[in-house]
Design a protein around this ligand. Structure first.
Ligand SMILES: N[C@@H](CCC(=O)N[C@@H](CS)C(=O)NCC(=O)O)C(=O)O
Length: 199
């Protein structure tokens, strides 16, 4: 039985999971939830969120849970850094990205007046400052590409593709990180959504 990913091409959490599949070179089939307005997803899982896997007959929901499960069953090309302390830090950064950066993305996307836009920009500025320090002199947060970088990239990618808000030029380390990820993921341009089967 194949692994099936209920996928939306524009979802940042789906993109994150597609990167994990590709890094580990695990084959999977894609079910585009937009094709039937999530009817088959709802029938299978009784909920609307993607990414969701039909994992050889077992239902697995949530990008963090899916990533951890793929790591357990396909340990090659680990998505975590070496050592317990670094792994803990990596998981904390994954969570920060998934829960905090997503909030800034939603705020920016929903900002429909100058005041809301200014507030959303201030929120992102504070995160850009943090990210710019995190990536100072570094290609990746740890000594290789990990789930922390993947989660952060998927949120930034959504910001400038779907929300259409460019990372200000002053955040040079964030730009260097994005350029590096574009090359690592073999994206032709930063506007491309990642969907390669392997890395
Ligand atoms: N924490 C979840 C978040 C998943 C999520 O929010 N998915 C969005 C797409 S980006 C979704 O499917 N929303 C549809 C809905 O809630 O109805 C994860 O990491 O997978």
């Amino acid at each position: 039985m194949a692994i099936k990913l209920f996928n939306s091409q524009t979802s940042m959490f789906c993109e994150k999971v597609r990167m994990v599949f590709a890094l580990k070179k695990v084959p999977y089939e894609v079910i585009d939830v937009r094709a039937d307005e999530r009817k088959s997803l709802l029938e299978y899982t009784n909920q609307r969120k993607v990414p969701t896997l039909n994992y050889n007959g077992e239902c697995v929901i949530d990008s963090t849970v899916i990533s951890a499960r793929l790591e357990k069953d396909y340990p090659q090309n680990s998505i975590y850094p070496e050592g317990a302390a670094n792994k803990g830090l990596c998981l904390a950064l994954e969570d920060w990205s998934d829960e905090v950066l997503i909030h800034a993305n939603h705020a920016m996307r929903r900002a429909d007046n100058p005041e809301a836009k200014q507030k959303a920009q201030a929120e992102w500025d504070s995160h850009f400052k943090t990210l710019d320090q995190m990536y100072a002199g570094k290609k990746f947060i740890f000594d290789k590409l990990t789930l922390a970088d993947i989660s952060i990239f998927s949120q930034l990618h959504y910001l400038y593709t779907a929300v259409k808000y460019d990372v200000p030029a002053e955040y040079k380390n964030v730009h260097a990180f994005l350029d590096n990820l574009r090359r690592t993921l073999k994206l032709n341009s930063l506007a491309d959504s990642f969907d390669a089967p392997s890395l």
